[in-house]
Design a protein around this ligand. Structure first.
Ligand SMILES: [Zn+2]
Ligand SMILES: [Zn+2]
Length: 525
Protein backbone atom coordinates (compact mmCIF):
# COMPACT_ATOMS: atom_id res chain seq x y z
CA UNK A 1 0.00 0.00 0.00
CA UNK A 2 1.84 3.08 -1.24
CA UNK A 3 -1.07 5.49 -0.99
CA UNK A 4 -4.84 6.08 -0.74
CA UNK A 5 -4.71 4.22 2.59
CA UNK A 6 -7.26 5.73 4.96
CA UNK A 7 -7.29 8.79 2.72
CA UNK A 8 -8.58 9.60 -0.74
CA UNK A 9 -5.50 10.63 -2.72
CA UNK A 10 -2.20 9.02 -3.77
CA UNK A 11 -3.55 5.69 -5.12
CA UNK A 12 -0.63 3.31 -5.68
CA UNK A 13 -0.15 -0.41 -5.06
CA UNK A 14 3.07 -2.32 -5.59
CA UNK A 15 2.36 -5.95 -6.52
CA UNK A 16 4.88 -8.82 -6.36
CA UNK A 17 4.00 -12.20 -7.86
CA UNK A 18 5.72 -15.02 -9.79
CA UNK A 19 9.06 -13.20 -9.44
CA UNK A 20 7.60 -10.08 -11.12
CA UNK A 21 7.06 -6.64 -9.61
CA UNK A 22 4.63 -4.05 -10.96
CA UNK A 23 2.39 -1.20 -9.81
CA UNK A 24 -1.31 -0.48 -10.07
CA UNK A 25 -1.88 3.30 -10.36
CA UNK A 26 0.65 5.93 -9.39
CA UNK A 27 -1.27 8.83 -7.94
CA UNK A 28 -0.29 12.11 -6.40
CA UNK A 29 -0.97 12.77 -2.72
CA UNK A 30 -3.02 15.95 -2.34
CA UNK A 31 -4.50 18.04 0.46
CA UNK A 32 -2.07 19.79 2.75
CA UNK A 33 1.64 19.76 3.45
CA UNK A 34 1.75 16.46 5.32
CA UNK A 35 0.04 14.53 2.52
CA UNK A 36 2.11 16.29 -0.14
CA UNK A 37 5.41 15.41 1.53
CA UNK A 38 4.68 11.81 0.60
CA UNK A 39 5.15 12.80 -3.05
CA UNK A 40 8.79 13.52 -2.27
CA UNK A 41 9.39 10.24 -0.44
CA UNK A 42 10.99 8.61 -3.47
CA UNK A 43 12.77 5.96 -1.37
CA UNK A 44 9.37 4.50 -0.58
CA UNK A 45 8.69 3.65 -4.24
CA UNK A 46 10.90 1.28 -6.27
CA UNK A 47 10.14 2.44 -9.81
CA UNK A 48 13.37 1.01 -11.25
CA UNK A 49 12.21 -2.48 -10.20
CA UNK A 50 8.70 -2.18 -11.63
CA UNK A 51 8.25 -4.09 -14.90
CA UNK A 52 5.02 -2.32 -15.86
CA UNK A 53 2.25 -0.12 -14.48
CA UNK A 54 -1.49 -0.74 -14.80
CA UNK A 55 -3.35 2.57 -14.79
CA UNK A 56 -7.05 2.67 -13.90
CA UNK A 57 -7.88 6.18 -15.16
CA UNK A 58 -6.51 9.63 -15.92
CA UNK A 59 -7.24 11.50 -12.67
CA UNK A 60 -4.12 12.93 -11.04
CA UNK A 61 -4.75 11.16 -7.70
CA UNK A 62 -4.18 7.92 -9.70
CA UNK A 63 -1.62 9.08 -12.28
CA UNK A 64 0.09 12.24 -11.03
CA UNK A 65 3.38 10.67 -9.92
CA UNK A 66 4.12 8.88 -13.23
CA UNK A 67 6.63 11.54 -14.39
CA UNK A 68 8.41 11.28 -11.05
CA UNK A 69 8.64 7.49 -11.38
CA UNK A 70 10.13 7.81 -14.87
CA UNK A 71 12.57 10.40 -13.52
CA UNK A 72 13.64 7.83 -10.91
CA UNK A 73 14.16 4.91 -13.22
CA UNK A 74 10.87 3.39 -14.41
CA UNK A 75 11.20 2.26 -18.06
CA UNK A 76 8.42 -0.27 -18.62
CA UNK A 77 5.07 0.00 -20.41
CA UNK A 78 2.11 1.80 -18.79
CA UNK A 79 -1.21 0.15 -19.72
CA UNK A 80 -4.46 2.14 -20.04
CA UNK A 81 -7.51 2.58 -22.28
CA UNK A 82 -7.35 4.85 -25.35
CA UNK A 83 -9.47 7.70 -23.84
CA UNK A 84 -7.30 7.57 -20.70
CA UNK A 85 -4.20 7.97 -22.86
CA UNK A 86 -5.64 11.05 -24.60
CA UNK A 87 -6.82 12.63 -21.33
CA UNK A 88 -3.65 11.76 -19.47
CA UNK A 89 -1.41 13.54 -21.98
CA UNK A 90 -3.12 16.88 -21.34
CA UNK A 91 -3.46 16.26 -17.61
CA UNK A 92 0.20 15.42 -16.99
CA UNK A 93 1.33 18.48 -18.95
CA UNK A 94 -1.03 20.59 -16.87
CA UNK A 95 0.17 18.98 -13.66
CA UNK A 96 3.83 19.53 -14.63
CA UNK A 97 3.06 23.18 -15.38
CA UNK A 98 1.46 23.59 -11.94
CA UNK A 99 4.50 21.92 -10.30
CA UNK A 100 6.89 24.24 -12.14
CA UNK A 101 4.88 27.36 -11.23
CA UNK A 102 4.66 26.34 -7.58
CA UNK A 103 8.41 25.70 -7.37
CA UNK A 104 9.10 29.09 -8.97
CA UNK A 105 6.71 30.81 -6.59
CA UNK A 106 8.24 29.11 -3.53
CA UNK A 107 11.78 29.95 -4.69
CA UNK A 108 10.82 33.60 -5.13
CA UNK A 109 9.28 33.70 -1.68
CA UNK A 110 12.44 32.23 -0.14
CA UNK A 111 14.57 34.77 -1.97
CA UNK A 112 12.38 37.57 -0.61
CA UNK A 113 13.15 36.18 2.84
CA UNK A 114 16.87 36.40 2.07
CA UNK A 115 17.47 32.69 1.44
CA UNK A 116 19.57 31.48 -1.47
CA UNK A 117 18.18 27.99 -1.93
CA UNK A 118 15.81 27.26 -4.78
CA UNK A 119 12.92 24.80 -4.66
CA UNK A 120 13.03 21.97 -7.17
CA UNK A 121 9.79 21.20 -8.97
CA UNK A 122 8.29 17.75 -8.24
CA UNK A 123 8.70 17.19 -11.98
CA UNK A 124 8.96 19.25 -15.13
CA UNK A 125 7.18 19.38 -18.49
CA UNK A 126 10.13 17.45 -19.99
CA UNK A 127 9.69 14.70 -17.38
CA UNK A 128 5.99 14.50 -18.28
CA UNK A 129 6.68 14.21 -22.00
CA UNK A 130 9.08 11.28 -21.38
CA UNK A 131 6.16 9.33 -19.88
CA UNK A 132 4.14 9.48 -23.12
CA UNK A 133 6.51 7.09 -24.93
CA UNK A 134 5.67 4.35 -22.42
CA UNK A 135 1.89 4.42 -22.95
CA UNK A 136 0.24 1.21 -24.26
CA UNK A 137 -3.50 1.14 -24.86
CA UNK A 138 -5.83 -1.77 -24.09
CA UNK A 139 -9.50 -2.48 -24.79
CA UNK A 140 -12.17 -3.12 -22.18
CA UNK A 141 -12.85 -6.86 -21.77
CA UNK A 142 -9.73 -8.06 -23.62
CA UNK A 143 -7.41 -10.14 -21.46
CA UNK A 144 -3.66 -9.56 -21.99
CA UNK A 145 -0.48 -10.77 -20.38
CA UNK A 146 2.02 -8.01 -19.48
CA UNK A 147 4.47 -10.57 -18.02
CA UNK A 148 4.50 -14.39 -18.17
CA UNK A 149 2.00 -15.91 -15.72
CA UNK A 150 0.03 -12.68 -15.21
CA UNK A 151 -3.32 -12.09 -16.94
CA UNK A 152 -4.99 -8.68 -16.81
CA UNK A 153 -8.45 -7.53 -17.89
CA UNK A 154 -9.71 -3.93 -17.90
CA UNK A 155 -13.47 -3.33 -17.46
CA UNK A 156 -15.48 -0.12 -17.58
CA UNK A 157 -15.80 1.38 -14.09
CA UNK A 158 -18.20 4.12 -15.29
CA UNK A 159 -16.38 6.87 -13.38
CA UNK A 160 -14.87 9.07 -16.12
CA UNK A 161 -14.26 8.59 -19.83
CA UNK A 162 -11.93 5.59 -20.24
CA UNK A 163 -11.90 4.69 -16.52
CA UNK A 164 -11.42 1.04 -15.62
CA UNK A 165 -11.38 -1.43 -12.83
CA UNK A 166 -8.69 -4.02 -13.25
CA UNK A 167 -8.85 -7.79 -12.77
CA UNK A 168 -5.58 -9.68 -12.34
CA UNK A 169 -5.16 -13.47 -12.41
CA UNK A 170 -2.06 -15.46 -11.61
CA UNK A 171 -1.52 -19.18 -10.91
CA UNK A 172 -0.76 -20.15 -7.32
CA UNK A 173 0.03 -23.88 -6.95
CA UNK A 174 -3.00 -25.69 -8.34
CA UNK A 175 -5.22 -22.63 -7.84
CA UNK A 176 -5.62 -19.30 -9.67
CA UNK A 177 -5.37 -16.19 -7.52
CA UNK A 178 -7.82 -13.48 -8.62
CA UNK A 179 -7.36 -9.92 -7.39
CA UNK A 180 -9.37 -6.88 -8.50
CA UNK A 181 -8.57 -3.18 -8.15
CA UNK A 182 -11.65 -0.99 -8.41
CA UNK A 183 -9.93 2.28 -9.41
CA UNK A 184 -12.76 4.74 -8.88
CA UNK A 185 -16.28 3.33 -9.22
CA UNK A 186 -18.81 5.56 -10.99
CA UNK A 187 -22.36 6.33 -10.00
CA UNK A 188 -24.93 4.43 -12.07
CA UNK A 189 -27.07 6.79 -14.20
CA UNK A 190 -24.19 9.28 -14.38
CA UNK A 191 -24.34 11.50 -17.46
CA UNK A 192 -22.08 10.77 -20.48
CA UNK A 193 -20.31 7.60 -19.25
CA UNK A 194 -21.74 4.08 -19.11
CA UNK A 195 -22.76 2.39 -15.85
CA UNK A 196 -20.01 0.36 -14.13
CA UNK A 197 -19.62 -3.14 -15.62
CA UNK A 198 -20.29 -6.08 -13.32
CA UNK A 199 -17.39 -7.46 -11.34
CA UNK A 200 -16.64 -10.88 -12.81
CA UNK A 201 -14.56 -12.71 -10.26
CA UNK A 202 -12.19 -12.02 -7.41
CA UNK A 203 -10.77 -13.63 -4.28
CA UNK A 204 -9.69 -10.20 -3.09
CA UNK A 205 -10.76 -6.73 -4.09
CA UNK A 206 -9.22 -3.34 -3.31
CA UNK A 207 -12.23 -1.06 -3.48
CA UNK A 208 -12.55 2.71 -3.27
CA UNK A 209 -14.72 4.09 -0.47
CA UNK A 210 -14.85 7.85 -1.08
CA UNK A 211 -18.55 8.07 -0.24
CA UNK A 212 -18.59 4.99 2.00
CA UNK A 213 -20.66 6.74 4.64
CA UNK A 214 -23.42 8.33 2.61
CA UNK A 215 -25.79 8.03 -0.27
CA UNK A 216 -26.30 10.64 -2.97
CA UNK A 217 -29.46 12.57 -3.60
CA UNK A 218 -31.03 11.59 -6.90
CA UNK A 219 -30.14 13.32 -10.17
CA UNK A 220 -33.38 15.31 -10.47
CA UNK A 221 -33.01 16.79 -6.98
CA UNK A 222 -29.42 17.72 -7.84
CA UNK A 223 -30.49 19.40 -11.07
CA UNK A 224 -33.14 21.35 -9.09
CA UNK A 225 -30.46 22.44 -6.64
CA UNK A 226 -28.20 23.62 -9.46
CA UNK A 227 -31.07 25.65 -10.93
CA UNK A 228 -31.74 27.12 -7.46
CA UNK A 229 -28.07 28.11 -7.06
CA UNK A 230 -28.16 29.85 -10.44
CA UNK A 231 -31.41 31.69 -9.72
CA UNK A 232 -30.14 32.76 -6.27
CA UNK A 233 -27.19 34.57 -7.85
CA UNK A 234 -29.27 35.93 -10.74
CA UNK A 235 -31.77 37.50 -8.33
CA UNK A 236 -28.90 39.30 -6.62
CA UNK A 237 -27.14 40.25 -9.85
CA UNK A 238 -24.12 38.17 -8.80
CA UNK A 239 -22.11 35.26 -10.21
CA UNK A 240 -22.29 31.53 -9.81
CA UNK A 241 -18.81 30.06 -9.23
CA UNK A 242 -18.39 26.34 -9.79
CA UNK A 243 -15.02 24.74 -8.94
CA UNK A 244 -14.94 21.61 -11.08
CA UNK A 245 -12.38 19.02 -12.12
CA UNK A 246 -11.51 19.82 -15.70
CA UNK A 247 -12.07 16.25 -16.80
CA UNK A 248 -15.55 14.70 -16.69
CA UNK A 249 -16.97 16.96 -13.95
CA UNK A 250 -16.85 20.06 -16.17
CA UNK A 251 -18.34 18.19 -19.15
CA UNK A 252 -21.17 16.83 -17.00
CA UNK A 253 -21.94 20.25 -15.59
CA UNK A 254 -22.07 21.66 -19.12
CA UNK A 255 -24.45 18.80 -19.96
CA UNK A 256 -26.60 19.78 -16.92
CA UNK A 257 -26.70 23.40 -18.08
CA UNK A 258 -27.62 22.16 -21.55
CA UNK A 259 -30.61 20.34 -19.96
CA UNK A 260 -31.62 23.34 -17.80
CA UNK A 261 -31.34 25.61 -20.84
CA UNK A 262 -33.57 23.36 -22.95
CA UNK A 263 -36.08 23.11 -20.09
CA UNK A 264 -36.01 26.95 -19.92
CA UNK A 265 -35.15 26.85 -16.22
CA UNK A 266 -32.29 29.34 -16.43
CA UNK A 267 -32.29 32.73 -18.20
CA UNK A 268 -31.73 32.27 -21.91
CA UNK A 269 -29.10 35.02 -22.09
CA UNK A 270 -27.12 34.00 -19.00
CA UNK A 271 -23.45 33.75 -19.99
CA UNK A 272 -21.69 30.54 -18.97
CA UNK A 273 -17.90 30.69 -18.95
CA UNK A 274 -15.72 27.60 -18.93
CA UNK A 275 -12.51 29.13 -17.65
CA UNK A 276 -9.97 26.35 -17.77
CA UNK A 277 -7.68 25.60 -20.72
CA UNK A 278 -7.48 22.02 -19.49
CA UNK A 279 -11.28 21.66 -19.50
CA UNK A 280 -11.37 22.99 -23.05
CA UNK A 281 -8.82 20.42 -24.22
CA UNK A 282 -10.60 17.67 -22.26
CA UNK A 283 -13.91 18.56 -23.93
CA UNK A 284 -12.19 18.05 -27.31
CA UNK A 285 -11.04 14.57 -26.19
CA UNK A 286 -14.62 13.77 -25.16
CA UNK A 287 -15.85 14.68 -28.63
CA UNK A 288 -13.16 12.45 -30.17
CA UNK A 289 -14.14 9.44 -28.05
CA UNK A 290 -17.92 9.75 -28.27
CA UNK A 291 -18.10 6.00 -29.07
CA UNK A 292 -17.42 5.45 -25.33
CA UNK A 293 -20.53 7.47 -24.29
CA UNK A 294 -23.60 5.80 -22.78
CA UNK A 295 -26.71 5.11 -24.88
CA UNK A 296 -28.67 8.16 -23.63
CA UNK A 297 -25.91 10.56 -24.67
CA UNK A 298 -25.40 8.82 -28.03
CA UNK A 299 -29.15 9.04 -28.60
CA UNK A 300 -29.16 12.77 -27.82
CA UNK A 301 -26.35 13.30 -30.34
CA UNK A 302 -28.17 11.17 -32.94
CA UNK A 303 -31.19 13.47 -32.52
CA UNK A 304 -29.01 16.44 -33.47
CA UNK A 305 -28.25 17.90 -30.04
CA UNK A 306 -24.78 18.68 -28.75
CA UNK A 307 -24.81 18.07 -24.99
CA UNK A 308 -21.43 19.77 -24.65
CA UNK A 309 -22.53 23.12 -25.98
CA UNK A 310 -25.23 25.80 -25.93
CA UNK A 311 -25.50 29.31 -27.40
CA UNK A 312 -24.23 31.24 -24.35
CA UNK A 313 -21.36 28.95 -23.52
CA UNK A 314 -17.96 30.64 -23.82
CA UNK A 315 -14.58 29.03 -23.45
CA UNK A 316 -11.80 31.29 -22.20
CA UNK A 317 -8.33 30.18 -23.13
CA UNK A 318 -5.97 33.07 -22.39
CA UNK A 319 -5.27 34.66 -19.01
CA UNK A 320 -6.45 38.03 -20.39
CA UNK A 321 -9.82 36.58 -21.36
CA UNK A 322 -10.03 34.97 -17.95
CA UNK A 323 -9.45 38.31 -16.25
CA UNK A 324 -12.23 40.00 -18.24
CA UNK A 325 -14.72 37.67 -16.53
CA UNK A 326 -14.07 39.45 -13.24
CA UNK A 327 -14.63 42.82 -14.88
CA UNK A 328 -17.87 41.50 -16.41
CA UNK A 329 -20.82 43.12 -14.60
CA UNK A 330 -24.01 41.18 -13.89
CA UNK A 331 -24.90 37.56 -13.39
CA UNK A 332 -22.89 34.81 -15.06
CA UNK A 333 -21.83 31.24 -14.42
CA UNK A 334 -18.11 30.50 -14.14
CA UNK A 335 -16.93 26.89 -14.25
CA UNK A 336 -13.22 26.61 -13.50
CA UNK A 337 -10.55 24.30 -12.09
CA UNK A 338 -9.18 22.97 -9.84
CA UNK A 339 -12.14 21.09 -8.44
CA UNK A 340 -10.94 21.38 -4.86
CA UNK A 341 -10.20 25.10 -5.21
CA UNK A 342 -6.56 24.95 -4.20
CA UNK A 343 -4.90 25.56 -7.55
CA UNK A 344 -5.62 27.11 -10.92
CA UNK A 345 -7.85 29.95 -12.09
CA UNK A 346 -10.70 29.11 -9.73
CA UNK A 347 -8.69 30.78 -6.95
CA UNK A 348 -9.04 34.16 -8.69
CA UNK A 349 -12.78 33.71 -9.14
CA UNK A 350 -13.23 32.74 -5.50
CA UNK A 351 -11.16 35.70 -4.35
CA UNK A 352 -13.43 38.01 -6.37
CA UNK A 353 -16.73 36.45 -5.36
CA UNK A 354 -16.56 34.58 -2.04
CA UNK A 355 -17.07 37.79 -0.06
CA UNK A 356 -20.08 38.90 -2.10
CA UNK A 357 -23.43 38.29 -0.48
CA UNK A 358 -25.80 37.04 -3.13
CA UNK A 359 -23.16 35.13 -5.11
CA UNK A 360 -23.43 31.33 -5.29
CA UNK A 361 -20.49 28.98 -4.83
CA UNK A 362 -21.41 25.50 -6.01
CA UNK A 363 -19.35 22.42 -5.10
CA UNK A 364 -20.11 19.45 -7.33
CA UNK A 365 -17.25 17.08 -6.48
CA UNK A 366 -15.45 15.53 -3.55
CA UNK A 367 -13.43 17.98 -1.40
CA UNK A 368 -10.42 16.27 0.20
CA UNK A 369 -9.25 17.11 3.68
CA UNK A 370 -6.91 20.08 3.89
CA UNK A 371 -8.09 21.76 0.67
CA UNK A 372 -9.61 25.25 0.40
CA UNK A 373 -12.78 23.69 -1.01
CA UNK A 374 -13.15 21.46 2.05
CA UNK A 375 -12.76 24.44 4.39
CA UNK A 376 -15.52 26.35 2.57
CA UNK A 377 -17.84 23.32 2.51
CA UNK A 378 -17.21 22.81 6.23
CA UNK A 379 -18.42 26.33 6.91
CA UNK A 380 -15.24 28.40 7.40
CA UNK A 381 -16.09 32.11 7.78
CA UNK A 382 -12.79 33.11 6.14
CA UNK A 383 -10.31 31.34 3.89
CA UNK A 384 -6.80 32.25 2.76
CA UNK A 385 -6.40 32.76 -0.99
CA UNK A 386 -3.15 34.13 -2.47
CA UNK A 387 -2.00 35.03 1.03
CA UNK A 388 -5.10 37.11 1.72
CA UNK A 389 -7.96 36.40 4.13
CA UNK A 390 -11.22 36.38 2.18
CA UNK A 391 -14.57 36.39 4.01
CA UNK A 392 -17.09 33.74 2.99
CA UNK A 393 -20.35 35.63 2.55
CA UNK A 394 -21.63 33.99 -0.65
CA UNK A 395 -24.17 31.19 -0.42
CA UNK A 396 -22.43 27.80 -0.54
CA UNK A 397 -24.17 24.88 -2.26
CA UNK A 398 -22.82 21.32 -2.02
CA UNK A 399 -24.42 19.10 -4.64
CA UNK A 400 -23.19 15.53 -4.21
CA UNK A 401 -25.79 14.07 -6.57
CA UNK A 402 -23.50 14.87 -9.50
CA UNK A 403 -20.68 12.86 -8.01
CA UNK A 404 -18.57 10.67 -10.29
CA UNK A 405 -18.23 8.25 -7.36
CA UNK A 406 -20.79 5.65 -6.32
CA UNK A 407 -22.52 6.31 -2.99
CA UNK A 408 -22.60 3.73 -0.19
CA UNK A 409 -25.57 1.68 -1.44
CA UNK A 410 -24.22 1.80 -5.01
CA UNK A 411 -20.83 0.46 -3.92
CA UNK A 412 -22.55 -2.42 -2.13
CA UNK A 413 -24.74 -3.11 -5.17
CA UNK A 414 -21.61 -3.24 -7.31
CA UNK A 415 -19.91 -5.70 -4.93
CA UNK A 416 -22.97 -7.93 -5.27
CA UNK A 417 -22.22 -8.36 -8.99
CA UNK A 418 -19.22 -10.60 -8.30
CA UNK A 419 -19.70 -14.08 -9.74
CA UNK A 420 -17.80 -16.32 -7.33
CA UNK A 421 -18.54 -15.11 -3.80
CA UNK A 422 -17.43 -14.57 -1.12
CA UNK A 423 -14.35 -12.39 -1.45
CA UNK A 424 -12.21 -10.41 0.95
CA UNK A 425 -12.70 -6.65 0.58
CA UNK A 426 -9.90 -4.16 1.28
CA UNK A 427 -11.24 -0.64 1.52
CA UNK A 428 -8.96 2.04 0.07
CA UNK A 429 -9.36 5.59 -1.31
CA UNK A 430 -11.55 6.91 1.51
CA UNK A 431 -11.32 8.68 4.83
CA UNK A 432 -11.15 6.29 7.76
CA UNK A 433 -14.59 7.17 9.12
CA UNK A 434 -16.29 6.64 5.80
CA UNK A 435 -14.42 3.34 5.48
CA UNK A 436 -15.47 2.06 8.91
CA UNK A 437 -19.06 2.92 8.11
CA UNK A 438 -18.92 1.10 4.75
CA UNK A 439 -17.10 -1.88 6.28
CA UNK A 440 -19.95 -2.38 8.75
CA UNK A 441 -22.55 -2.20 5.98
CA UNK A 442 -20.67 -4.71 3.79
CA UNK A 443 -20.28 -7.15 6.69
CA UNK A 444 -23.94 -6.74 7.67
CA UNK A 445 -25.48 -6.94 4.20
CA UNK A 446 -23.10 -9.17 2.23
CA UNK A 447 -21.24 -11.02 4.97
CA UNK A 448 -17.92 -10.45 3.17
CA UNK A 449 -14.81 -10.06 5.34
CA UNK A 450 -13.48 -6.48 5.19
CA UNK A 451 -10.11 -4.88 6.13
CA UNK A 452 -8.96 -1.28 6.01
CA UNK A 453 -5.22 -1.36 5.20
CA UNK A 454 -2.78 1.28 6.42
CA UNK A 455 -0.20 3.30 4.53
CA UNK A 456 2.90 1.15 3.98
CA UNK A 457 1.19 -2.10 4.92
CA UNK A 458 2.24 -5.30 3.13
CA UNK A 459 -0.48 -7.88 2.43
CA UNK A 460 0.21 -11.51 1.50
CA UNK A 461 -2.65 -12.91 -0.56
CA UNK A 462 -3.18 -16.64 -1.16
CA UNK A 463 -6.18 -18.04 -3.04
CA UNK A 464 -8.65 -19.54 -0.58
CA UNK A 465 -6.80 -18.26 2.51
CA UNK A 466 -7.11 -15.33 4.91
CA UNK A 467 -4.79 -12.43 3.99
CA UNK A 468 -1.71 -11.89 6.17
CA UNK A 469 -0.83 -8.25 6.93
CA UNK A 470 2.45 -6.73 8.05
CA UNK A 471 3.57 -3.12 8.26
CA UNK A 472 6.30 -2.21 5.78
CA UNK A 473 9.65 -1.39 7.31
CA UNK A 474 10.99 0.89 4.59
CA UNK A 475 10.69 4.69 4.93
CA UNK A 476 7.01 5.02 5.78
CA UNK A 477 6.08 8.59 6.62
CA UNK A 478 3.78 8.72 9.61
CA UNK A 479 0.68 10.87 9.67
CA UNK A 480 0.16 12.72 12.96
CA UNK A 481 -2.11 10.63 15.21
CA UNK A 482 -4.66 13.39 15.55
CA UNK A 483 -5.35 13.63 11.80
CA UNK A 484 -7.87 10.80 12.06
CA UNK A 485 -9.48 12.46 15.06
CA UNK A 486 -9.79 15.68 13.07
CA UNK A 487 -11.31 13.89 10.13
CA UNK A 488 -13.91 12.38 12.46
CA UNK A 489 -14.71 15.84 13.79
CA UNK A 490 -15.12 17.18 10.27
CA UNK A 491 -17.55 14.37 9.55
CA UNK A 492 -19.62 15.28 12.63
CA UNK A 493 -19.68 18.94 11.63
CA UNK A 494 -20.76 17.95 8.14
CA UNK A 495 -23.59 15.81 9.54
CA UNK A 496 -24.68 18.58 11.88
CA UNK A 497 -24.84 21.04 9.03
CA UNK A 498 -26.64 18.85 6.57
CA UNK A 499 -28.69 16.26 8.43
CA UNK A 500 -30.26 17.67 11.58
CA UNK A 501 -32.27 20.58 12.94
CA UNK A 502 -30.55 22.02 16.07
CA UNK A 503 -33.46 20.90 18.27
CA UNK A 504 -33.17 17.21 17.37
CA UNK A 505 -31.79 14.94 20.11
CA UNK A 506 -29.41 13.35 17.59
CA UNK A 507 -27.90 16.78 16.90
CA UNK A 508 -27.35 17.22 20.63
CA UNK A 509 -25.67 13.84 20.86
CA UNK A 510 -23.38 14.62 17.92
CA UNK A 511 -22.48 18.02 19.44
CA UNK A 512 -21.63 16.30 22.70
CA UNK A 513 -19.44 13.85 20.80
CA UNK A 514 -17.68 16.75 19.11
CA UNK A 515 -17.07 18.43 22.46
CA UNK A 516 -15.54 15.24 23.89
CA UNK A 517 -13.22 14.93 20.92
CA UNK A 518 -12.02 18.53 21.28
CA UNK A 519 -11.42 17.96 24.99
CA UNK A 520 -9.52 14.75 24.30
CA UNK A 521 -7.26 16.50 21.79
CA UNK A 522 -6.59 19.32 24.26
CA UNK A 523 -5.73 16.79 26.96
CA UNK A 524 -3.20 15.17 24.64
CA UNK A 525 -1.57 18.60 24.39
ZN1 LIG B 1 -11.08 9.45 -10.27
ZN1 LIG C 1 -9.61 8.80 -7.25
Amino acid sequence: MLGAARMVTGSCFEVKTQGHVFAVDCGMHQGGRQAEERNLNTAFYEPDKWEFILLSHAHIDHSGLLPRMVKYGFRGPIYMTAPTEALLKIMLLDSAHIQEMEAQWKTLRMKRHGERKSVESLYTTDDAIKVFNLFKTVEYGETFSPSPGISVTYRDSGHILGSAFIEIETPQGDKILKVAFSGDVGRPAQLIVKDPSPLKKADFIFMESTYGDRNHKDEDASLDELAEAVMHACRHGEKVIIPAFAVERTQEIIYCFHLLYRQKRIPEDLPIFVDSPLAIQATEVFRRFSSYFDDETKDLIARGYDPLSMPNLRYTLSTEESMTINAFAGPAVVISASGMADAGRIKHHLKHNLWREGASIVFVGYQAQGTTGRRIVDGASKVRIFGEEVAVKAKVFTINGFSAHAGQAQLIDWLKTVEDKPMHVFLVHGEYNAQQCLAQEIERRLNFPVSIPEYGQVLSLMAGKEPVCTVAPRGVMEVAPWVEELSEMERIIYDLKTSFAPSEPEAKRRLQELKQKVERLLEQG
